[in-house]
Design a protein around this ligand. Structure first.
Ligand code: XUL
Ligand code: CO
Length: 441
């Protein structure tokens, strides 16, 4: 089927098992193998990011692009269509069942909104054609509300009503396109929804406007029959100094206040979690505890750098802890693992892109296998159950059931006199060592 020359040196990648030395093979991702009652392909729901994979060329603050992604195209629209062909070829070769996009990754912006919509429609037709040949669907779509200068002060939180209206219109079109492409979910990442200085910012007004923005989008998406949910992707900073969707806990409070918690879930990105001063696992656990775990932007940051490096995830300790959370959440109900990740600027060949995806997919497939082993081993779950065992009987049971009053607790404590004897070790080092046993033995 290969229609482009771009990935011509990338073969169809197959599972060959852990011992293979073939770089273009999976060691742990076996798409058709059944895990947790589903194929690995269905369980992990891997997704390609259109922007990093087909658009980003390695440009950074200090230097121009290092990767040639002109795809031999004649003009802008030809380029957009060639990207579709290359993207589908790539997804087929690597058994990637989903992709995620921003509207402006798919097609260039025109002089007017109407013109931009027409260009987008033309590329959507090309995607629909490819979807007839290759089974690749949309995990989520999103509107790029942060690149154009009109959004310099935000979109849904812009102080300018015209900009707000324009952004809403862009979202409307993007929801339509997402659904037309068979998309499951629609995502909001608050690119410039934040502030630089409080000297010119009314936080309360901007957040209320954001709630109106999300409510309108939610109502429209539901009216059109979006099958999945809406995601918010938390990030604490970058591009603005303070982003409103700081972390999962902040987003949850916002959703509750604005009665949006039934339709919205969070899309957790590993590198955003660490920018917020949290671990990836923390963000997943907070989402699960509050019933808003939705999807994952799979990548990793560099803890020595304070920005969003969007590296391909290769740290198996992290992917294992992540998949432990996904297992506990009962798997992905709507979302999946979207590689919001890019090959390093020095890894500039098309083959590097494939090798990066293989590395990320195998890291998560191995993480899933190890998470299942950890659960079967039982040591961590048992330690957790033991830690809270005092709430299963006696006074603890009465607290949880709501039977115990404040007076009862006082009486109990006075009778005891001192309770230090009830306190047990947290055994952190023992648990870390047990985790290493399961990972490496
Ligand atoms: C930016 C980021 C975005 C979102 C989609 O940090 O993660 O690519 O995932 O807009
Ligand atoms: Co992201």
């Amino acid at each position: 089927m290969s229609t482009t020359q771009f990935f011509k040196n990338v073969p169809y990648v197959k599972y060959e098992g852990p011992k293979t030395r073939n770089p273009f093979a999976f060691r742990y991702y076996n798409p058709d193998e059944i895990v947790e009652g589903k194929t690995m392909k269905e369980y992990l729901n891997f997704s390609l990011s259109w922007w990093h994979t087909l658009c980003a060329d390695g440009t950074d603050m200090f230097g121009r692009g290092t990767m040639h992604k002109d795809f031999g195209a004649k003009d802008e629209m030809d380029l957009a269509k060639k990207k579709v062909q290359a993207g589908f070829e790539f997804m087929e070769k690597l058994s990637i069942p989903y992709f995620c996009f921003h509207d402006r990754d798919l097609a260039p912006e025109g002089k007017t909104l109407g013109e931009s919509n027409e260009k987008l429609d033309e590329v959507v037709e090309e995607i629909l054609k490819q979807q007839k040949k290759v089974d690749a669907k949309v995990l989520w779509g999103t509107a790029n509300l942060f690149n154009h200068p009109r959004y310099m002060h935000g979109a849904g939180t812009s102080p300018f009503a015209d900009v707000y209206a324009f952004a809403m219109a862009q979202v409307k079109k993007c929801i339509e396109v997402t659904i037309k492409l068979g998309g499951r979910n629609y995502l909001f990442w608050g690119g410039r929804e934040g502030y630089e200085t409080l000297l010119n910012t009314d936080i309360g007004f901007e957040l209320d406007n954001m709630a109106r923005f999300l409510t309108m989008a939610r109502d429209y998406g539901r009216k059109l029959g979006l099958p999945g949910v809406f995601f918010i992707e938390p990030k604490p900073k970058e591009p603005t100094k303070h982003q409103y969707d700081f972390d999962t806990a902040t987003v949850y409070g916002f959703l509750l206040k604005n009665h949006l918690e039934k339709d919205f879930r969070v899309n957790i990105e590993a590198n955003h979690a660490t920018l917020a001063g949290h671990t990836f696992q923390h963000e997943l656990a907070v989402a699960r505890a509050n019933g808003i775990f939705g999807s994952i932007d799979a990548n990793q940051g560099d803890l020595l750098l304070g920005w969003d490096t969007d590296q391909f995830p290769t740290n198996v300790y992290e992917t294992t802890l992540c998949m432990c959370e996904v297992l506990k959440a009962g798997g992905f109900q709507y979302g999946g693992l979207n590689f919001d990740a890019k090959a390093r600027r020095g890894s500039f060949t098309p083959e590097d892109i494939a090798l990066s995806y293989i590395a990320g997919m195998d890291a998560f497939a191995l993480g899933l296998r190890k998470a299942i082993e950890l659960r079967e081993d039982g040591v961590l779950d048992k330690a957790l159950a033991d830690r809270y065992a005092s709430f299963q009987t006696g006074i603890g049971k009465d607290i949880v059931s709501g039977k115990a009053t404040i007076e009862d607790l006082e009486k109990y404590a006075l009778e005891k006199g001192e309770v230090l004897d009830s306190v047990k070790s947290g055994r952190q080092e023992y648990l870390e060592n047990e985790m290493n046993r399961v990972l490496f033995s």
